[in-house]
Design a protein around this ligand. Structure first.
Ligand SMILES: [Zn+2]
Length: 341
């Protein structure tokens, strides 16, 4: 039998050892190379956009633009702006995050990096934020064969101690309940090398009813696509726009007509493992980031860890300063959860 991809040597080309042994100068050069990859490592002024060799203030590891005199560092204007830790710490954090296929709790990261919990929390949220779809990725509609399903979060009510005090939890009001809707596009054997799903979009909604999911499905799945879902009534409405295939999970996982949403179930399963096994009590405020993280991990499952590391690092360098995470413990917060499309 052929060896599983993840067991092959090609799947492991990220060496933590190398990162640990990196000098701060090497880390700095690496940051430069990825940050300004378009200009082969030559700094581009984030203020005026001029690209020519700026003055280098070696004591502060900062640059000064010859054109507009703006002073900037290798992380200015990125999600790691105003960084306090040595650059190497950020590389190691991304590497640990890359290898944690069921996500990584801030507490564990703080132990691994020997930094405060607060530092680790913000750092892991910044990495998550960099995984959010870009405007360009957001605009792409899914097509071909797609699957859709929802996974419920925050709807657990602990049963009362005394049996007489227990309520029917199905009918209880659950204000914190949310549904993570995942829509996954299946690989096309003509173009894609992998089997299974290749592109995943995730959304946070308050229920799986059609009123909550209708718009986001129309916005993100091309009309006429083949859409597989389970028997939940919320999906009934889509028969008019899509070639719907329904599978009844109380009977089977794949119907005789080929309907199955196992790729979406696979997403749900990894999400649950993150929630139960790593990041307990995920707040609704940041749920969209966690949902997206799992989608990213699912979609990159067949890439080597070195390739994923470089991709996440590149994304971090291309993600602008966030007023939700830069200065988080000084009072900058996200004020509302990100719901819907
Ligand atoms: Zn400038």
């Amino acid at each position: 039998m052929a060896q599983h991809f993840l067991l092959s040597t090609q799947a492991r080309d990220l060496s933590l050892m190398k990162l640990f042994n990196m000098s701060e100068t090497e880390a700095f050069e690496y940051f430069k190379a990825i940050r300004w990859s378009d200009t082969e490592g030559v700094p581009v002024c984030p203020s005026c956009g001029t690209c020519h060799e700026p003055y280098f203030i070696s004591s502060r590891k900062q640059f000064r633009c010859k054109h507009c005199e703006h002073t900037f560092s290798v992380t200015s204007g990125t999600i790691f702006a105003s960084h306090k830790k040595p650059l190497k710490v950020y590389l190691i954090a991304i590497a640990l995050f890359t290898n944690a296929v069921k996500s990584l709790s801030a507490l564990q990261l703080s132990r691994d990096l020997d930094v405060q919990y607060k530092t680790a929390w913000v750092l892991s949220q910044k990495i998550r934020e960099s995984l959010m779809p870009t405007k360009e990725e957001e605009g792409v509609k899914l097509e071909g064969v797609c699957e859709i399903d929802g996974v419920y979060v925050g709807n657990y009510i602990r049963p009362a101690n005394n049996i007489d005090d227990r309520i029917d939890r199905r009918k209880a009001h659950k204000p914190k309940k949310r549904v993570v809707i995942s829509i996954r596009q299946r690989a096309d054997s003509e173009f894609d090398e992998v089997v299974g799903a290749v592109k995943t979009k995730t959304f946070i909604v308050k229920s799986e009813e059609s009123k909550d999911i209708q718009e986001l499905v129309y916005k993100n799945v091309k009309q006429g696509a083949e859409l597989h879902s389970d028997e939940h009534q919320g999906y009934d409405i889509f028969h008019a726009h899509y070639d719907m295939k329904r599978v009844n999970h109380s009977k089977e996982y794949k119907s005789s007509e080929g309907a199955c949403n196992n790729q979406s179930e696979s997403y749900n399963s990894r999400f649950r493992r993150m929630e139960y096994g790593q990041c307990h009590h995920i707040s609704n405020l940041y749920l969209s980031n966690y949902a997206r993280e799992i989608a990213y991990r699912e979609d990159t499952r067949r890439m080597s860890n070195g390739a994923i590391f470089r991709d996440i690092f590149t994304r971090c360098m291309n993600t602008p300063v966030s007023n939700e995470f830069c200065g988080y413990w000084q009072g900058n917060h996200r004020v509302a959860e990100r719901l819907g499309a």
